[in-house]
Design a protein around this ligand. Sequence first.
Ligand code: HEC
Ligand code: HEC
Ligand code: HEC
Ligand code: HEC
Ligand code: HEC
Ligand code: HEC
Ligand code: HEC
Ligand code: HEC
Ligand code: HEC
Ligand code: HEC
Ligand code: HEC
Ligand code: HEC
Length: 271
Amino acid sequence: MKRSLFYTATVLLGAGALLLCPGITNVQAFGGSGDAKLDNDDCVKCHTVIVDQNKKNGAKHKSEVSCMECHDGQHPPGTEKGSLIPQCTSCHEGQPHFEVAVACLKCHTNPHTPLQINLEGEGQKPVCQTCHPQIIEEIDTHQTKHTGFACSYCHEEHRKRPTCLDCHDTHREGQTFENCVTCHQAHQPLTLAYSSKVVNVDCGACHPDIRAELESGPTKHAGFQCVFCHADKHGNVPSCKNCHDAPHSQQMLSKFASCNECHQSAHGLLK
Ligand code: HEC
Ligand code: HEC
Ligand code: HEC
Ligand code: HEC
Ligand code: HEC
Ligand code: HEC
Ligand code: HEC
Ligand code: HEC
Ligand code: HEC
Ligand code: HEC
Ligand code: HEC
Ligand code: HEC
């Protein structure tokens, strides 16, 4: 009973397709009897949408495999539904990515356009890991609020980099994404190991008084970048002696607890 219903539906669908394909006059021509032979060029007569998608965005599923290499078998009617559908793993095996627990079609939603990838939803992290293990390692070993997010919370499309400004305010007016990543790294945003490219105006966003004091001073310190002295990592505080070996005699220095008793401070330096 079930089977004959299926057959009727098939024939009706077939007939529908045939209306659009006047070149074909006999339903048996696509395989009911098993006599007629289909060719790759025939598919377009009835499956125009799929052939069109494949032509435009088929990538290697167009250039390296043909319709019939994947759909290898008896075309309906007369065959079990699904029997013409291949398993991805019948051709893709031997790499971690091909052994993921997530259904291939969850991301590669249309096998005829395999590089149009949908990353919506949860659970992709182990899949990303198969090709970007160092990123997962980085984000997991530096626990921040970013660690808890799905990769696709930020990367809605594969190969797309978001900018911090999509989600965060700046520390000062006019700050750009390029500024953000001189201090922060996307997958370990609280590490704050900064490069020597950081300019005073970016430190001054949060330390405005120090910046004003430093830059208005009369000494050579006034021309320096904050990161020249506070190198590498936020919170590093140098000692005067890091840079000034023995400016005065030991005899003189032994009478004073610190350099700043005379020089006031590194920022408001007196000479
Ligand atoms: C004359 C029209 C026609 C031609 C030509 C044709 N098909 Fe089909 N095809 C159909 C119809 C109608 C169905 C739906 C049958 C059903 O749902 O039972 C179908 C179903 C399919 C299915 C789904 C089968 C399943 O098991 O679910 C595949 C795969 C398929 N066709 C591939 C092809 C390929 C590949 C070609 C070219 C080699 C091709 N078809 C040529 C009309 C055609
Ligand atoms: C790399 C393998 C591969 C190639 C090449 C391929 N297909 Fe498919 N095709 C599939 C898979 C897998 C499915 C099942 C998709 C699903 O379950 O959503 C499918 C499904 C179909 C269906 C059934 C669609 C439906 O909605 O039920 C048709 C028809 C079809 N393909 C036709 C074609 C035609 C025509 C070509 C050539 C332009 C082609 N396929 C090339 C793998 C392939
Ligand atoms: C009949 C064999 C066959 C089947 C079945 C098959 N593929 Fe492929 N696929 C290939 C070949 C051949 C290539 C090109 C060579 C390569 O990259 O390994 C390819 C390439 C790809 C690519 C890269 C495309 C590109 O242009 O770089 C993706 C993604 C892909 N396949 C996904 C899938 C998914 C998902 C399935 C299951 C829905 C699947 N394949 C089923 C043979 C197949
Ligand atoms: C979480 C989403 C996701 C899932 C699930 C997924 N893939 Fe992929 N796949 C991708 C992404 C992203 C790429 C990279 C595409 C690129 O390079 O632009 C890719 C690339 C590929 C490629 C081409 C690159 C290569 O290494 O040859 C193939 C083939 C492939 N996937 C097959 C599969 C198969 C088979 C499965 C199921 C076992 C699967 N994929 C499951 C997201 C996914
Ligand atoms: C099958 C392997 C594969 C999988 C799976 C994969 N990627 Fe990729 N991804 C690549 C390749 C290859 C590139 C290009 C790398 C390059 O140009 O250096 C890339 C690039 C990227 C880029 C852009 C890098 C840039 O230079 O701008 C991002 C972002 C990215 N992937 C995120 C992801 C996310 C998120 C996932 C999981 C949903 C994922 N990838 C899964 C292979 C993969
Ligand atoms: C909170 C947002 C966010 C999350 C979550 C996130 N990323 Fe990123 N990712 C970014 C930003 C922003 C960049 C660009 C960084 C840059 O240009 O300096 C980036 C860059 C990348 C790149 C390319 C640059 C590189 O370092 O090679 C890859 C690949 C990547 N992310 C993969 C992933 C993967 C995989 C995950 C999940 C474990 C993930 N990302 C989670 C925001 C995020
Ligand atoms: C897609 C949105 C998104 C993007 C892109 C993004 N973030 Fe976030 N980020 C968040 C959210 C949401 C939080 C958590 C905020 C909260 O709970 O207050 C967060 C938290 C943070 C935190 C605090 C972490 C903690 O554990 O306290 C820092 C620092 C941060 N982000 C910096 C960045 C930087 C720098 C970039 C760019 C490299 C960036 N973010 C890109 C959404 C994003
Ligand atoms: C000069 C270095 C520097 C630059 C450039 C920088 N940040 Fe920060 N950011 C910091 C420091 C330091 C903290 C930690 C402050 C604290 O401990 O309270 C921080 C904290 C944060 C936080 C978490 C605390 C909060 O304010 O919610 C976010 C989010 C953030 N930055 C985003 C950004 C974005 C977005 C940019 C680019 C527009 C950016 N940062 C540029 C140094 C920088
Ligand atoms: C987003 C705001 C923000 C930015 C940008 C910022 N800081 Fe800070 N900084 C703070 C806060 C808040 C503290 C005090 C809390 C702490 O110690 O983390 C601080 C503390 C410090 C300390 C003192 C650490 C100690 O032990 O007393 C130094 C040194 C410092 N910052 C230097 C810098 C330099 C240099 C820059 C530019 C590269 C900079 N900061 C950029 C917010 C910021
Ligand atoms: C990261 C290195 C560094 C640190 C730390 C540092 N200085 Fe300097 N300082 C310099 C350099 C470089 C000069 C310029 C030397 C030159 O041009 O001869 C300088 C110049 C001076 C001068 C002479 C100013 C002038 O205009 O002639 C004094 C005084 C001085 N430093 C005192 C201090 C004191 C006191 C401290 C600690 C509170 C300190 N410095 C910390 C690098 C540093
Ligand atoms: C010439 C080296 C030098 C430069 C340039 C410099 N600092 Fe400092 N900074 C120091 C030293 C040394 C200390 C330790 C306190 C002292 O001895 O004056 C310090 C202390 C600090 C502190 C700790 C709190 C305090 O006031 O003692 C902060 C915050 C700070 N600096 C921020 C900055 C910022 C922001 C800039 C750039 C606008 C900057 N520094 C430029 C050498 C420097
Ligand atoms: C008793 C006050 C006093 C103390 C303590 C003191 N200095 Fe000075 N320092 C001076 C005076 C005054 C000058 C200016 C001398 C000159 O211009 O010949 C000076 C000059 C300097 C110069 C510039 C030398 C030059 O050749 O231009 C440096 C660098 C310096 N001091 C660093 C230090 C450091 C580092 C300490 C702590 C280890 C320190 N001073 C402690 C009073 C002091």
